[in-house]
Design a binder for this molecule. Structure first.
Ligand code: B4P
Length: 192
């Protein structure tokens, strides 16, 4: 399967992705993790990206498209992938559609995680990552509203969008995700 996780910062995309890739046995493509790894390795792309991440802004599309396209050409992505935090702009979504169409590997579903603002702020404050300071959190939420929220309509139009109530415990959220995925792709006997 090819799945996109959409949702504001702190919605639990990373948390749920880690669980889901274990169940589905597909690679976890977290652009946030890729950028942090590149930054920690001191690569030019990573150091450039850090200036945007630290300010709560999106890393420019050309960099992100290059990063994800490179990753998608690796053999483990042939059977499927979980996109966690990509795409985040219409430009990224169009580039992904183009890449997947060329390879005849379309998306199966886009899961939009919904959580209210107070809960998001609370979750991120507890995590205490460098970009989780209150003023940066506000900027990241603003960036999400302006640049990423429009993707819900984009994927709705393609009839790929499913919304997930992402409040409650991680177990509760995961159960809702599995239920939606089982409706799309019913488990074979013996699985589950
Ligand atoms: P990401 O790493 O994608 O981070 P995120 O959106 O903040 O987090 P996520 O939703 O995964 O939340 P998590 O599960 O960790 O991006 C970081 C930055 O990288 C971006 O701001 C941007 O600058 C850059 N970037 C990444 N991709 C990009 C792209 N495509 N284009 C441009 N720029 C890009 O959960 C958060 C916290 O909540 C955790 O502490 C977790 O334990 C907790 N939590 C999760 N689920 C919970 C639950 N059900 N109940 C209680 N707590 C919960």
């Amino acid at each position: 399967m090819r799945i996109v996780f959409l949702g504001p910062p702190g919605a639990g995309k990373g948390t749920q992705s880690k669980r889901l890739v274990q169940r589905l046995r597909i690679p976890h493509l977290s652009t946030g993790d890729m950028l942090r790894a590149a930054r920690d390795a001191g690569s030019p792309v990573g150091l450039h990206a850090e200036t945007f991440m630290a300010a709560g802004q999106l890393v420019p599309d050309p960099i992100m498209i290059q990063v994800i396209s490179h990753r998608l050409t690796q053999p483990d992505c042939a059977q499927g992938a979980l996109f966690d935090g990509f795409p985040r702009t219409i430009g990224q979504a169009e580039a992904l559609d183009e890449f997947l169409a060329e390879n005849e590997t379309p998306l199966d579903v886009v899961l939009e995680m919904q959580v209210d603002l107070d809960e998001l702020a609370h979750r991120m404050a507890q995590r205490a990552r460098a970009d989780d300071r209150p003023e940066i959190i506000r900027q990241r939420l603003k960036t999400y509203e302006e640049r990423t929220r429009p993707l819900a309509a984009y994927y709705q139009q393609q009839q790929l969008l499913r919304t997930i109530d992402a409040t409650g415990t991680p177990d509760e959220v995961f159960a809702r995700i599995v239920k939606v995925l089982d409706q799309i792709n019913p488990p074979r006997r013996g699985e589950g």
